[in-house]
Design a protein around this ligand. Structure first.
Ligand SMILES: Cc1cc2nc3c(=O)[nH]c(=O)nc-3n(C[C@H](O)[C@H](O)[C@H](O)COP(=O)(O)OP(=O)(O)OC[C@H]3O[C@@H](n4cnc5c(N)ncnc54)[C@H](O)[C@@H]3O)c2cc1C
Ligand code: SF4
Ligand code: SF4
Length: 1001
């Protein structure tokens, strides 16, 4: 039995009192001091792990004013704060042991847009993709980009002065700031915009802290322009963090304090609003993927490519390309990258098409002389998007490398002048080879910034020492080439190198600026600089690493739960796009604990605490009385960290999106099942678990008394009882006519293994085995019969074995013992089917795909199972048999999450089948429908299930009833969710095909 776990670090009294007092003042945001929330924000995309004392989620800038005014009271002077956005920082910028102010949860509104004047006003938690999809219909965009644009916030971008692809043309975030609203640590609210000298003079007269800030900054930048000019490299990627070089415009008639605040990593003030400059979207874009045999050839080609003035050149090396070949993205780009060992993505953008085409032609005609081995010119926007997604996924994919050593970000964004990039990288590689480190490279060759991530295992102390040694050496190398250490991702825990690049004099000036804004070092302390004259220390590279915690977990658990340790925090699972499949529980609950990253973090800590507790024999279940006692103790308030993990896991819909969409394939449902299996060695399960776990068999029994069952289930008193006693809402009705009856009336051939094995080769070629599943057979039996009819019309003999439970609901709920007895039994049957050499087809995607996924896992990868095909996987191989129907009707397909993510071609296969029959089928991009088997029926998830539905499905289905017949859904859960929330049910694609071909006959 697992022990009770309470090894968490306690809150100090000071912080506990502060958070209690905060709850009493008009602070409308959320205040969290529970372990799960603190743990959740103790990591970002960096190698560090720092446990904060508390977390607050402000809703408005007033909340921040109230918070900081309270904090200015003398008794709270030692309390520190770190603002946070999307948490995609690669150097621990938003991590701190104080209070995290997370602006990404509620302060994410686009406040105002003025197209005539070309600006938009946003709150800091707005995500870059969210902003750009809002702006796109107006023909404008926010030009600076970051690879994690689906989750990085404007607040974070401003504070790291972010930039990415296209920065040579569009510059950095600070180049697009018209006005910032911010709050000082004492609660003073201020606004800054570029100002004329006379306004500056006026502002400097102010006797308060604001006046001091303007005086201090002006004094520094006005008194030593030459030193600043010499210190700041003249490169596309200039230095971030108090950018002294750009406070005055070159003509020195405009003063911009925002240049100091941008890139200040939350050390000076908290941004509450930003007015941003808009840029017109170029009318045309052309993207060419140039292929090379060697990465060096791609690098050395960059300078020549630059002559054509492309808007971006991004490079990807052989290691990332090799990893991409094992990812779902490969399916979408394989024809564009061929067998290249390195590629340069060269983009041209502008409003003059013929000019762009001329440049592309020039580029293509010169390729041979530049060691290129081939190229692909993207034919449309979707192809370009797919190629850019390959580039964006690069970092994530790297984390998927086999072995314990994983690519680590600590020297990942150095920048030198593009003209010396090739020689610089040669020396860089030599340095890495000295340590015999494996690494991959990609990045922005047009601006001399290449991302390098050596692989290390930070659970191993020896590997940890390499970080310091290599960092020091890389700093020296970058200095030699006149570059910068932080070309893109900011300083964070690398702040100690600031004096090396700024020089001692300017370094002390930076400290004076910090002192003017935050004299007591309370905002993100230790990052960039400490205040002038303060004794406080800057953070060191050797700060607490995630590896320090991970290495405490015993090796057997590290291996058993390996993917939880592989999660590298890249945050792709925080994708804001409601129409992306990733991750519905995070989107529905607006809580990062309920994301794959959140759950993987909870689990790692759980494994650590289990290891530290030294209890053995965890899998042995407690006796019933002990479980009763444990469950009651917990109900009466005995703290157990396992309960926090349980809550995090319980919110997972088991949609499986993370298993494929996460570049590391962090398969949470699988981890969740293992967790629940152990959790219930200590606690009692609810009766509902047993009911749902056995729902397949139960549905079979219900079908024998379908009318009676449905009458009972529709009774409002019974429904109330089901809700109260079992926690279930909207129980589905079983089909009144059964598959058994339907097959009997059709005189379907009997399924008999012996008879089937005696069929001739020709007979077998015209036979199919159609597997039943509980969902379609007992709740939508007509679909099984439609499939039967359709396949029969195609000339097949369709054999339908008796129904058997797949065990999937048991697996989802962590009844692993029970599941591991069902899976081998079914596997034995599948093997007998395989010997028949007859195609096996399943119907419901989640069940069919479990034979390729959960079955393989529970059988410990020891078995090779025959492939149970999805219906469309089979039909797409039989296109010549399909009848042709002439109709101009277009149908729309909303795919099932598991199917879209585990069987990547599934949607296109339906399209091919429809096309072969002369029908048009358009896929609609949607997220999860919110039902996911049992999730939507659980009373505690009813609200979030409906919210998830409304985010995406609810936006795409037609309001006009005549149009509904053209909307098709492949999943039983999805169809029943639409029925439950809209009162009508989309058809399964086969119902359309069977219906039409019937008419045709
Ligand atoms: C896979 C990957 C690729 C990346 N590629 C790029 C890239 O192409 N270009 C690039 O520039 N960066 C890149 N980064 C780094 C990172 O995405 C950027 O630094 C981004 O700007 C951080 O935004 P965020 O919202 O995640 O901020 P966070 O990481 O949460 O915070 C970043 C900093 O901003 C501060 N901050 C956040 N909100 C506020 C606020 N309201 N007020 C004051 N301070 C605040 C924080 O204290 C912290 O110091 C990449 C990161 C990853 C994981
Ligand atoms: S779960 Fe996957 S996508 Fe999410 S942060 Fe971890 S590695 Fe990235
Ligand atoms: S299975 Fe779905 S809901 Fe659960 S963590 Fe993965 S993506 Fe999120």
């Amino acid at each position: 039995m697992i022990p009770r776990l309470n090894l968490q670090s306690e809150l100090t009294e000071k912080y506990a009192t502060f958070l209690t007092e905060l709850a009493k003042i008009p602070f409308a945001g959320e205040i969290r001091a529970d372990y799960a929330n603190r743990l959740n924000l103790s990591t970002d995309k960096s190698i560090y792990q720092i446990q904060p004392q508390g977390v607050v989620f402000p809703r408005t800038s007033d909340d921040l004013v109230h918070l900081l005014r309270l904090a200015s009271q003398e008794s709270y002077r030692e309390i520190t704060f770190s603002p946070r956005g999307g948490g995609t920082g690669t150097n621990g910028q938003s991590l701190s042991p104080g209070i995290i102010i997370d602006c990404s949860k509620y302060m994410k509104h686009i406040l105002e847009m003025n197209l005539e004047e070309g600006w938009v006003r946003v709150q800091p938690g707005v995500i870059l993709d969210q902003l750009n999809s809002y702006l796109q219909p107006h023909g404008v965009f926010f030009a600076p980009s970051v690879a994690p644009s689906s989750r990085a916030t404007l607040g974070g971008m401003i504070n790291t002065d972010a930039c990415g692809k296209g920065s040579r043309i569009y510059g950095r975030t600070s180049d697009h700031l018209l006005e910032l609203t911010w709050i000082l640590v004492d609660g003073t609210l201020a606004r800054s915009r570029p100002i004329k000298i006379d306004t500056l003079t006026e502002l400097k007269q102010d006797s308060g802290r604001l006046g001091n800030i303007y005086r201090q900054v002006d004094e520094i930048v006005s008194s030593k322009p030459e030193l600043i000019e010499q210190t700041f490299p003249k490169m596309p990627r200039f230095m971030t963090g108090y950018n002294l070089g750009k406070v005055y415009t070159p003509t020195r008639d405009n003063f911009a304090l925002n240049r100091i605040i941008a890139g200040s990593e939350g050390t000076l003030a908290i941004i509450t609003e930003a007015k941003l400059k808009l840029t017109k979207i170029p009318d045309y874009q052309k993207l060419v993927a140039i292929h090379y045999s060697f990465f060096d050839d791609a690098l050395s080609a960059a300078e020549n490519l630059l002559a054509l003035k492309p808007s971006a050149i991004e490079t990807i090396d052989d290691k990332i390309l090799a990893l991409a070949r094992g990812d779902e993205i490969y399916y979408r780009v394989r024809e564009f990258i061929g067998d290249a060992k390195a590629i340069n993505l060269v983009e041209f953008a502008g409003d003059n098409l013929s000019q762009l085409e001329t440049k592309v032609n020039q580029l293509i005609s010169n390729l041979e002389s530049q060691q290129a081995t081939g190229y692909y010119l993207a034919q449309n926007e979707q192809e370009s998007l797919n190629l850019w997604e390959l580039r964006q996924k690069g970092v994530g994919l790297l984390g998927n490398r086999p072995g314990n050593r994983k690519p680590i970000a600590f020297i990942e964004d150095t920048a030198v002048s593009p003209s010396c990039l090739f020689s610089y990288i040669r020396e860089f590689k030599a340095l890495l080879n000295e340590y015999q480190l494996d690494y991959a490279m990609y990045g922005h060759v047009d601006v001399g910034c290449v991302h390098v991530r050596p692989t290390l295992d930070l659970k191993v102390p020896e590997d940890e020492t390499i970080i310091r040694q290599l960092s020091d050496k890389v700093v020296a190398l970058v200095k030699k080439y006149g570059g910068v250490m932080w070309g893109e991702h900011g300083k964070g825990f690398r702040s100690e190198y600031t004096p090396v690049f700024f020089g001692e004099e300017l370094y002390q000036d930076l400290r004076k600026i910090k002192a003017a804004f935050d004299p007591d070092n309370r905002l993100n302390p230790g990052k960039i600089v400490t205040p002038y004259n303060s004794e406080e220390k800057i953070v060191a590279i050797e700060s607490p690493l995630r590896g320090h915690f991970d290495r405490q977990v015993n090796l057997a658990m590290q291996s058993e739960y390996e993917v939880a340790f592989s999660c590298n925090g890249n945050g792709m699972c925080f994708n804001f796009n409601p129409d992306s499949v990733m991750c519905p529980s995070y989107k529905g609950m607006n809580n990062r604990i309920h994301s794959p990253k959140g759950r993987a973090s909870l689990l790692r800590e759980w494994l650590r605490q289990l290891t530290v507790s030294k209890v053995e024999n965890l899998e042995k279940s407690a006796s019933f009385p002990v479980k009763v006692w444990n469950t009651l103790s917990q109900a009466f308030g005995a703290y157990d960290y396992s309960e926090e993990v349980y809550q995090g896991m319980h919110g997972c819909l088991a949609c499986k999106a993370c298993a494929t969409q996460c570049p590391i394939h962090v398969d949470i449902p699988n981890l969740k099942a293992k967790f629940l299996n152990l959790y219930y060695t200590r606690y009692l399960r609810s009766p509902r678990d047993y009911l749902i776990g056995n729902s397949e068999r139960l549905a079979c029994w219900q079908s024998y008394l379908s009318s009676l069952n449905n009458t009972v289930v529709q009774n409002s008193v019974i429904r109330w009882c089901i809700k109260q006693f079992f926690g279930l809402v909207d129980p589905p009705l079983v089909s009144t006519s059964t598959v058994r009856q339907g097959l009997a009336s059709r005189v379907a051939p009997e399924f008999n293994l012996e008879k089937l094995s005696s069929l001739s080769k020709k007979e077998k070629a015209n036979s199919i085995i159609l597997l039943q599943d509980a969902f379609t057979s007992f709740y939508e039996s007509s679909i099984v019969l439609d499939i039967y009819d359709f396949l029969t019309q195609l000339g097949y003999k369709v054999y339908v074995p008796h129904f058997f439970s797949s065990g999937k609901p048991l697996q989802v709920l962590g009844f692993l013992k029970e599941f591991s007895s069902i899976a081998p039994k079914n596997t034995k049957f599948f093997k007998q089917l395989r010997d028949l050499n007859i195609p096996i087809v399943g119907i419901e995607p989640s069940i069919t795909l479990s034979y390729r996924d959960e079955y393989i896992e529970i059988l410990n990868f020891s078995e090779s199972l025959p492939k149970v095909q999805l219906l469309q996987e089979f039909l797409v191989t039989q296109l010549q048999r399909l009848p042709s129907i002439d109709t101009c009707q277009t149908y729309y397909l909303l795919g099932h999450c598991t199917e879209k993510t585990l069987a990547l071609a599934s949607v296109q296969q339906w399209q091919q089948v429809f096309q072969a029959m002369g029908l048009s089928l358009k896929p609609i991009s949607t997220g999860c429908c919110g039902m996911a088997g049992i999730y939507g029926h659980q009373v505690e998830h009813d609200r979030s299930s409906q919210d998830i539905y409304q985010l995406s499905w609810g936006q795409h289905l037609p309001l006009i009833s005549e149009e509904r017949q053209y909307y098709l859904a492949t999943g039983y859960s999805c169809r029943s969710q639409v029925q439950r929330l809209e009162g009508w049910k989309p058809l399964h694609p086969i119902q359309v095909l069977a219906g039409i071909s019937q008419v045709k006959k």
